[in-house]
Design a protein around this ligand. Structure first.
Ligand SMILES: NC(=O)c1ccc[n+]([C@@H]2O[C@H](COP(=O)([O-])OP(=O)(O)OC[C@H]3O[C@@H](n4cnc5c(N)ncnc54)[C@H](O)[C@@H]3O)[C@@H](O)[C@H]2O)c1
Ligand SMILES: Nc1nc(=O)c(N)c(NC[C@H](O)[C@H](O)[C@H](O)COP(=O)(O)O)[nH]1
Length: 228
């Protein structure tokens, strides 16, 4: 099935966490890594997060740099990439930051079991794509995104959406910025939560690069596929 080129970019603590056990956002990236993330967003056709991230962080997912926004405009694009929330039950708050700031299409991907009245309200602010019975069918969503012209998709997390995308075999590259802090906590979200692979189906990677950025290190991986 045709789909966009997909990469995940997330910042993790040295012990692999995305945020605290209370799911409170932690500033893991430094100034330079946030600049790198802004450049990735500016180059992407779309940026996607899960509803858990929206409920915890209320991200705008906008391109911050005026120069990068201007460059997108000069290239005949919107200032911001398409912004996508994976939200099975249509729980995205109508006053979410993602609706308030910046131009560009917003897409909410919901499952067919999401309440109609919630979908109708979201349809006033976004294109709602329905796919999957109880949770969003990410494979079908990826194909639909490709159909509407999204060729490069940046996934920013969180822990469960990263699992959904990786376990569906929908991810080509993974970029992890490892910050200089320990978060700890067995219930704190990690880079990949969800069900987890068994020993026989581990997802293998190939290291493309490793570079220090301020106090952390950026690891860039190509996804090679299941171990066996
Ligand atoms: N450090 C970082 O780079 C970074 C980035 C993003 C989020 N975060 C953190 O991650 C946490 C949120 O992670 P999370 O796991 O709670 O939520 P999430 O953002 O991964 O959203 C997961 C939700 O998406 C929905 N979903 C629908 N279909 C799905 C599918 N097929 N597969 C997976 N999910 C599907 C479900 O409702 C699911 O609960 C927050 O604490 C946030 O601060 C950190
Ligand atoms: N790259 C990165 N480094 C971090 O240290 C961190 N905490 C996040 N977290 C990702 C999450 O999506 C954030 O909430 C948005 O990146 C908020 O920023 P925006 O409002 O979207 O610009 N991402």
């Amino acid at each position: 099935m045709d789909r966009p080129f997909v990469f995940i970019n997330s910042a993790i603590s040295a012990d692999g966490k995305l945020s605290t056990k209370e799911r409170k956002q932690v500033r893991i990236s430094g100034k330079l890594d946030f600049e790198r993330v802004d450049e990735l967003r500016a180059q992407a056709d779309a940026v996607m997060v899960g509803i858990g991230t929206v409920l915890s962080d209320d991200p705008s997912l906008t391109v911050k740099s005026p120069e990068r926004r201007a460059a997108r405009k000069a290239a005949g694009k919107n200032e911001n990439p398409v912004r996508i929330i994976v939200d099975s039950s249509a729980r995205t708050p109508l006053d979410a930051d993602i609706f308030k700031k910046g131009d560009g299409l917003r897409i909410i991907a919901v499952s067919t079991s999401a309440p109609d009245e919630k979908i109708e309200k979201l349809e006033e602010k976004a294109l709602v794509i329905k796919t999957g019975t109880f949770k969003v069918d990410l494979t079908e969503l990826a194909a639909k995104l490709k159909e509407i012209g999204i060729n490069t998709l940046m996934v920013e997390g969180g822990a469960t959406l990263n699992w959904g995308m990786l376990s569906a075999g929908l991810v080509d590259e993974v970029y992890t910025f490892v910050g200089n802090l320990i978060i700890g906590g067995k219930t704190a979200p990690t880079f990949t939560d969800g069900e987890g692979f068994s020993e026989a189906e581990l997802l293998m990677l190939e290291l493309s690069s490793a570079e220090t950025i301020e106090e952390g290190i950026l690891l860039r991986w190509k996804v090679k596929g299941k171990a066996k």
